[in-house]
Every structure is written in C-alpha cells, then in structure tokens.
Design a protein around this ligand. Structure first.
Ligand SMILES: Nc1ncnc2c1ncn2[C@@H]1O[C@H](COP(=O)(O)OP(=O)(O)OP(=O)(O)O)[C@@H](O)[C@H]1O
Ligand SMILES: [Mg+2]
Length: 511
C-alpha cells in the first residue's frame, strides 16, 4: 500500500528514548553555548512531536473517514467534537456544527432523552443502547459509550448508530406472520414469556374466557380474570414439567371458571425459541373438551341404554301378549269348548269347522306363549339356565329346521339373574344370526364351566361375517351385556363359519 507520509515507517524515536546528551555535558562549558544547544534539542524535540501529532491526526482522519458507520464524538457538555462522513449524512450535520451541542441541532433522527442518557453513560461508565428512528422511519440502534482519555478520564461520549432496519423489518414480518398464524387457529392460544406474562393471545382466547386484550396482554397469567388461570395442575406443568421437557400435550385439566363455569380443558404447551436464540417463549393451546367428553360418555352409554330399553320393550310386549292377547285367546277357546258341548246340534261341516277352530285356538295360544317366553323368558326362573336353553333350542329347531347340537355340562352353577339372562340372550341372538345371516344348516352350542367362569360358545358353518359389516344392535348388545358383567366376548369369523364365545365370571349363589 502507498504510504502518503514519508515519516511513517521511519517515525523518529520519542525524546525519552534518545540519548540525553544535554544532561551529561561538562559544567565548565559557557552558559550561552549550553543554552543554544538545549534550545536546538528542544526545537528538534518539538518538531518531532509535531510530525508525530500530524501523523496521528492523519491516521485518525483516515480512520474516521473510512468508517462506514455513523459515529459522533461528543464532549462532556454534548458539543460535537468529531464525526464520520456517514454521521454527517444520517444526522444531517455540517462542518460548522463542530463545537455546538448536539441537542441544539435538529438532527434527522429523533434522539429522545439524549442528555440524560449521556449523563447516565458517563456516570455509570456503561454502554447505553436504544432503538431510534429517523424521519423516514428507518431504524437504528443508538449506542452511547463513554469516551475515555489515555489517563482513563471520561471526557465525553461516543455515539454510534447501527443500521438495524432490515433486521427490524424481518423481525416485524416474522412477528406478523406468527400473529396471523395464532389468529387463524380456531382454538384459544396464548403466548407467554419465560416469566409467564402474556405476550399475546388470539381472538378465540378473549372470546372464550370473556376477557379483553387490554386486561390480558402484558399481565401475569395467574393474575388474569380474577386468578382464573391460577390452577395448581397448570402451574405444575408450566413451572416444573415444561422447563425440563420443552413440550407437553393432551394434559386434561378440570377447572371451575368464574364466568363460564366448570370446564374440562385439554392443554398443549410448547417452548418456542427464535432461531437466533433469545429468551424462550411458551405457546399454550387450550381446547375445551367439555362437550366432546359429554358426547363420548353419552356414546359409551348408548349401547347399555339400547340393551335396557330393548329388554324393557320385550318385557312389555311379552306382558301384553300374555295378559291381553293370551286372555282373549283363552276366552275364545272357552267359548269354543262351550260350543263343543252343543256339537250334536251341528251338521258334519259345522262340527269339522268347530274342531278346526278348537285346534287353531290351542295352536295360537301355544305360539303366543312361546313368543312371550322368547321375549321374556320366565323359564329362566322356573327351570334355570340349563332348562331354558334346552327349551329355547328345541323350539328354535322346530321353528327353523336347523340342526343344533347343544352341549351342556353335567351341572351348571346357580347364577344371579343378570348373568342367566345374558347367557340366554347371547345364545338366542347368536342362533338367530346363524339362521338369518349365515346360510349354515347346522349350529353348535357348547356351555362349559370352571370354578370361576361359565363359557358359552355358539358356532356355525356358514358364510362368516362380511369384513365390512357394521355391528348391529344384536352383536353390540351382546358385547354390552358381557362387559357389564365383567366378562369377555370374542367373535371369530371367516368363510368357514362364525364362532361367538363369551366368558362370564360367576359368583355362585349359595342355596
Ligand atoms: N353367524 C353369522 N354369519 C354371517 N354373518 C353374520 C353372523 N352374525 C352376524 N352376521 C353379520 O353381522 C351383522 C351384525 O349382526 P347383528 O346381530 O349385530 O345385527 P343384525 O342381526 O343385522 O340386526 P339385529 O340383531 O339388531 O336384529 C349382520 O347384519 C350380519 O351381516
Ligand atoms: Mg342379530
């Protein structure tokens, strides 16, 4: 590189380093000679100092001119001492501003509280930093640093303006982007800082919890809405679990909120951190699952309610058939038998018709009895499960023409009524399904037992349950009944047939 200053690189030694010839001069020399010599030396020394100073000044000027950052040096009383060319442009300074207090000027940039900030920086000997904007809205980071002399004396300040506009715009855009995502999510969301103060929340949050942005933003989460978020389980998550694991999902919290009442909430929280570091934030998503839970519970209760109302309806129809239709049939049969006593008055055709009517009446009575027994099997009480199954299989075979093998153990324990009814209904439904859906000509019912359980197996050799078939009330009801007794139901099915197996725990009634 070209060296504009010939003294550079061969800078003269400082006076202190040169031999101190004058001090060792013999005393017997004349005074004037001595003074002359001393003056010459002093002059030389001054010249050297001047050269040195001018070099330093040149260096400083070159350095200042080549700095591509607006820098202004101020004296203790805020007078402008020196500035870089870019400062001239950015702050709208002119050479005659040198020496004038910066606060007297109208620089392009708003520098609020500059006096007190400078005073603070000098007093604390610390760097002060703040973001400022010029008249066009361009962002700078203003740094105020104490100006120290070589003897460590503070003699003013150095102002530096770093252009942070691009960064600021990017941050703003990211902020807007994040905010628009938060706003789009159709579920209450809150963004918290590490100290659990609300940075932002979306419209769904305000709407759901009946709070306003003004009373929410910037406030401590637990203090919001009369302390409605001061929930022990939530505190545990945010203060203990989250710091160690960065996220939790699907945490259920039941809480009574002052305005909206008791709600079941599903909380998801996640620590979020900007790519370039910075303090972590917490994104808390709140899902109100109160209604969903109720609907799920209602769905779960549905099969039981269906089974119960089906059983109730069967009982009602059975009663109706027995008490009303059955009684009418009995009256009819009685009337016919009265007529039978007078049969001698009838001709051959009339007697045949009467006989036929008597047979039909007893057949209808028998059928009514059977149907009402199937609907509500009193046989279960009278003959126990074993007798009821024999009776049912028998009537099923007669009615359908299917061949059914019934295998029973030598003794069956005496089971409580609900277990007997479940076992009976299971065989009844499985055999009905065989007849209605399987196409099989045979079925097998095997009942076995051990000390703690009774097992029922109904199998056929039919087409099997088509894989895409939804469960109807029959199989759903079976499952529900077995579940209610704490038992297990297995249905296996393929194109070789279907097997329904239930294991019911028994608590044997002591007689
Ligand atoms: N043994 C079987 N063989 C072939 N398919 C069967 C058999 N059992 C059930 N299925 C099939 O499974 C379906 C559901 O049976 P489910 O007993 O639950 O209802 P459903 O018999 O159709 O009606 P519901 O029993 O309520 O009167 C039936 O519609 C049928 O397609
Ligand atoms: Mg069925």
């Amino acid at each position: 590189m070209e060296n504009p200053d010939p003294t550079k690189g061969a800078r003269p030694q400082s006076a202190s380093k040169r031999p101190q010839a004058a001090t060792h001069r013999p005393r017997n020399k004349s005074l004037s000679v001595a003074s002359n010599e001393e003056l010459t030396t002093l002059n030389e020394e001054l010249q050297n100092r001047n050269t040195e100073l001018s070099t330093l000044n040149n260096d400083l000027n070159n350095l200042v001119n080549s700095i591509n950052v607006p820098v202004v040096m101020l004296s203790r009383d805020l007078g402008i001492r020196r500035y870089t060319p870019l400062a001239e442009k950015v702050l709208n300074l002119i050479p005659t501003d040198i020496g004038r207090p910066i606060t007297d000027l109208k620089p392009n940039i708003d520098l609020p509280n500059l006096e007190s900030l400078v005073a603070e920086s000098i007093e604390t000997m610390n760097l002060k930093e703040l973001e400022v904007q010029d008249r066009r809205g361009h962002w700078y980071s203003l740094r105020i640093r104490p100006y120290k002399t070589s003897d460590n004396v503070i003699d003013g300040t150095v102002l530096t303006l770093m252009d942070i506009d691009a960064l600021k715009t990017e941050v703003n855009e990211l902020h807007l982007y994040a905010e628009s995502i938060v706003e789009t999510v159709r579920q209450p969301l809150v963004v918290l800082d590490a100290n659990l103060h609300v940075i932002t929340a979306n419209a769904f949050f305000f709407e759901k919890f009946h709070v306003t942005p003004e009373e929410t933003k910037g406030n401590f989460l637990y203090a919001l809405g009369d302390g409605q978020w001061n929930i022990p389980a939530l505190r545990e998550l945010l203060e203990r679990i989250l710091p160690s694991q960065t996220a939790f999902e699907g945490f259920e919290v039941k809480h009574k909120f002052p305005v909206i009442g008791e709600r079941l909430m599903l909380l998801n929280a996640r620590q979020i951190r900007a790519r370039g570091g910075g303090a972590p934030l917490i994104l808390l998503a709140i899902e109100d699952i109160t209604e969903r839970k109720k609907a799920e519970e209602a769905m779960r209760a549905l099969p039981r309610q269906l089974v119960e109302s089906q059983e109730e309806e069967r009982r009602r129809i059975a009663r109706e058939l027995h008490d009303s239709t059955g009684q009418t049939m009995a009256a009819l049969a009685l009337n016919l038998s009265v007529l039978d006593g007078k049969a001698s008055c009838l001709d051959g055709k009339g007697r045949a018709a009467l006989n036929d009517s008597l047979k039909l009446a007893s057949q209808v009575s028998e059928e009514l009895r059977n149907i009402s027994y199937v609907l509500h099997p009193p046989a279960l009480d009278e003959m126990g499960l074993e007798g009821a199954l024999r009776w049912y299989v028998d009537s099923f075979v007669k009615r359908t023409g299917l061949r059914v093998d019934l295998v029973l153990p030598s003794t069956l324990p005496c089971m409580p009524e609900p277990a007997r009814l479940t076992a009976f209904r299971l065989v009844q439904e499985a055999l009905t399904n065989t007849q209605r859906h399987s196409g099989s000509k045979t079925a097998k019912v095997v009942v076995s037992r051990d000390d703690s359980a009774i097992s029922l197996e109904v199998s056929d050799e039919g087409s099997g349950i088509a894989p895409d078939r939804a469960l109807g009330l029959g199989l759903l009801g079976m499952r529900e009944r077995v579940n209610q007794l704490g038992g297990r139901l297995d249905i296996t099915s393929d194109d070789g047939g279907t097997k329904v197996k239930a294991v019911l725990p028994i608590s044997i009634e002591k007689s």
